[in-house]
Design a protein around this ligand. Structure first.
Ligand SMILES: C[S@@+](CC[C@H](N)C(=O)[O-])C[C@H]1O[C@@H](n2cnc3c(N)ncnc32)[C@H](O)[C@@H]1O
Length: 276
């Protein structure tokens, strides 16, 4: 295993299980975002991710899920993704260990290949959970979005002492619409399952404060770490493939250069949200 980056942003080139066991202290992390291989045969830098059996995949996942919980602080939060067919297992496994607060659907526009004989998949599930449901970080004011009312003009609340325009901002519901990262987008990197900046921005703004530490055990293109840096959080990213570690080093550099400004531009152009 090799470690790169700075004290605030550590990039670990190695296996997640090994790195979590040896390099990340217990109870040291405020937020975990885990986006593992989904066991659907994707090719990561020449390595096909496919386990011999579903049981073997789940057994591996339960090991790193346990380690992630061990690394979280008592008031920490976890967001975890996997393929739709495996999420029910994650849900049942985790609900006895941590408080699941939301079952989020990341809904996106169709992929290139259109299903013709069944209903094609247009979403990926995200489980959001907290260790202590009486005490956790949720910065509602930092993730407000415009509610789509369908009205042409702003509605006025006449019940107020002085009638005023209704507040049309709201906390997003559990269906999130963000475009997938496509080849032509500014943020695109050479990786088959890169997650959008806007998705990570919402998660990090909601569930961490400036100076907090965010852990991503399957960093891929290091979207989590780059957004964390832009938002003034610290990060630890782990990735097995050297090619992606190099991308991560570049993205962290870019994140420093563009602090603030780039995120806002991307959010304006890519984010929409369904009516809750
Ligand atoms: C779904 S992708 C993560 C994508 C990432 N969220 C992004 O925005 O780019 C999963 C990543 O896990 C990496 N990976 C697979 N097995 C791993 C392991 N045992 N330890 C660490 N990383 C691993 C893969 O190389 C791949 O880049």
């Amino acid at each position: 295993m090799e470690i790169f980056g700075t004290h605030q942003h550590r990039i670990i080139h190695g296996d997640a299980l090994q790195a979590l066991q040896t390099l990340v202290p217990d109870h040291s992390v405020d937020l975990v975002f885990a986006d593992p291989p989904y066991n659907i045969g994707k090719c990561f830098s020449g390595h096909i991710e496919k386990w011999n059996t579903e049981e073997a995949y789940l057994h591996w996942c339960y090991q790193w899920l346990d380690l992630c919980l061990q690394k979280l602080k008592p008031h920490g939060s976890l967001y975890v993704m996997t393929a739709t067919q495996f999420m029910p297992y994650f849900d049942i496994y985790l609900r006895h260990k941590i408080n699941i607060l939301s079952r989020i659907v990341w809904n996106y526009d169709s992929s290139g290949v259109q299903a013709k004989k069944y209903f094609g998949s247009m979403y990926e599930p995200i489980l959001y959970a907290v260790k202590d449901k009486q005490h956790y970080t949720f910065n509602a004011a930092d993730i407000l979005i415009e509610a789509k009312t369908g009205a042409r003009r702003k509605l006025i609340d006449y019940r107020k002492a002085i009638p005023a325009i209704y507040n049309t901002q709201k906390v997003p519901g559990n269906v999130w619409d963000f475009s997938r990262v496509r080849y032509r987008m500014n943020e695109y990197e050479n990786h088959p399952t890169q997650k959008p900046v806007a998705l990570l921005e919402r998660i990090i703004r909601a569930s961490s404060h400036k100076g907090d530490t965010i852990l991503d055990p399957f960093s891929g293109t290091f979207t989590t770490c780059a957004v964390a840096r832009q938002l003034g959080r610290n990060s630890i990213g782990i990735e097995l493939q050297e090619e992606y570690v190099k991308i991560g080093l570049r993205r962290l550099q870019l994140a420093e250069e563009y602090k603030g400004e780039k995120l806002q531009r991307q959010r304006r152009s890519f984010e929409t949200d369904s009516i809750a």
